[in-house]
Design a protein around this ligand. Structure first.
Ligand code: HEM
Length: 134
């Protein structure tokens, strides 16, 4: 009598199942993120910016973005007389020079991004050639 040969598929090893599950756990959130674009910021005109020119309602345009720094102003390290006149205005030059020629620190740059509210559509930023605030 001829012997019957049993063909057996190799059973999946436990570590293979675990590796597959871990891979899926890592990849699925990344795939979900790719489908979820960053929310777009509103475009803010010079006219709208200019309406927020008070210390308690203070927006500033810096490097093409608009920041609402009203809540931060009372904690600002510099004198109010130096920062408040820039509320409602394009303030890149003042931001980059602090009024005396020194740039804000990296920590200050990171902090600024907490107050980002929009993209500036007004006049392009002042250049060094335009001179300092007076
Ligand atoms: C745009 C007009 C502004 C001007 C003219 C200005 C000016 C100044 C001045 C005079 C000082 C103190 C002196 C010094 O540390 O060298 C200072 C410090 C500082 N300012 Fe401003 N500031 C402005 C806007 C801002 C904004 C919008 C933020 C953040 C939301 C900010 C964050 C800081 C911080 C964190 C410091 C501590 C020092 C540093 O990290 O550079 N400033 N600023």
């Amino acid at each position: 009598m001829p012997s019957t040969r049993r063909v057996r598929s190799t059973p999946r090893r436990p570590w293979e199942t675990t590796a597959f599950a871990l891979g899926a756990l890592l990849i699925l959130p990344l795939a979900a993120q790719a489908d979820d674009p960053a929310p777009s910021l509103p475009v803010i005109t010079q006219e709208e910016l200019a309406q927020h020119d008070q210390p308690e309602d203070c927006w500033k345009a810096i490097h093409g973005k608009v920041y609402d720094i009203s809540e931060y102003l009372p904690q600002h390290a510099g004198p109010p007389a130096m920062v408040e006149p820039w509320c409602g205005r394009e303030a890149t030059e003042a931001w980059e020079t602090k009024g005396y020629g020194a740039a804000h620190s990296d920590a200050a740059r990171t902090l600024l991004e907490d107050y980002l509210i929009g993209i500036y559509e007004g006049e392009p930023e002042a250049t060094a050639a335009d001179g300092q605030q007076d």
